[in-house]
Design a protein around this ligand. Sequence first.
Ligand code: ADP
Length: 318
Amino acid sequence: MSTSAIAANGLRKSYGDQVVLDGIDLAVPEGTVFSLLGPNGAGKTTAVKILSTLTSADAGDIRIGGHDPAADPRAVRAAIGVTGQFSAVDGLITGEENMRLMADLHHLSRREGRRVAAELLERFGLVEAAKKPAAGYSGGMRRRLDIAMTLVGNPRIIFLDEPTTGLDPRSRHSMWGVIRELVAGGVTVFLTTQYLEEADQLADRIAVLDNGTIAAEGSAEELKRLVPGGHVRLRFTDPNTYRSAATALPGATRDDEALTLQIPGDGTQRELHSLLGALHSAGVEADELTVHTPDLDDVFFALTEGGTIPGRPEEALR
Ligand code: ADP
C-alpha cells in the first residue's frame, strides 16, 4: 500500500438498507490518473466523499497519501484537494477574492497569497475575469476557478468529481488540458466521470463501478479487449463482386440485401493484410472498407446494469 497515493481495501458503505459500496478495492499509484466510471447513482460521489474524509466508511482499510482518514483526517485533508459537484466558489465575490480567501484558509501570508493567486489565475486563463464577480462566469470558468482554488494549498492528490459534467465540448477539452498539466506536475488525480471518452482520454487506469462493486478494472485498452465486437466491414455495389468476395471469405457474416460482409477480428495490420490478400487473390475490390474496434461505450454497456460479456466468467473481468 505504501507506493499508492490512494489505497482502499474492502470499502463498504450503506445508506439504510441500500448497499452503495459493497467492499471495493482501489489502488492508485502516485502521479497517475485513476478514473472511477459508472452510471448515475453507482456510488462514485460516495466513494470520493469517503476517500476525502467528507463521509465515513462502514468498513474498509483506507490510506490517502499514507494517512488513514478515520484516524487522521487532518493529515488527509492537508494532502488532498477536492472539487466537484459541491463547488467552493462564492459567486458574490470576484475570482481573485475567492482565491485570496483560499490563501487565507491555508494561512499564507498576504504577500504569498497574492503571488499564488496571481500565478494560478494566470495559469487557468482567468486573469481577465479575475476582477469580476464569479456569479457571471461561464460553467467552464467556474470549474477552472474551483480547481485553481483547490491548488492554493498545493495538494499532491486531487479528487475531481465529474469535473466536466454539463460543460460544452470546448470547455471540456480545456479542462482535460488542465488535468493533464496537473499530472505532468506529478499530482495524482482521482477522477469520476460519466463520460467514457473522458476516461479514455485521461486515465491510466479505469474502474467500472456497478451495483456497488467494481465490475472491471484496467487500462482503456485492456477494458476494450474484454468485449467482442471488433470487425471489418466490406460494402459492395455489384452483386457479382459481392458473391465472389463472400466465397473468398467463408468466415464472414453476410448481409445479402445490403451487400455487405462483416469479418470478425481485432483490426491489426496483420489481419487486414491477410484479408486484403484474400480479396486480391479472388480478384475483387470492395467499394468501402471500415474497421470497427470496440470502444469504451461497448465495455460500459456490456458491464453495467445487467449487461454481460459472453463466454467470460465474472472473475476473469477483475
Ligand atoms: P454517483 O455519484 O455514482 O451518481 P452517489 O454516490 O451520489 O452516486 O449515490 C449512490 C447511491 O447512494 C444513490 O442511490 C444515492 O441516492 C444514495 N445516496 C448518496 N448519498 C446519500 C445520503 N446522504 N443518504 C442516503 N442515500 C444516499
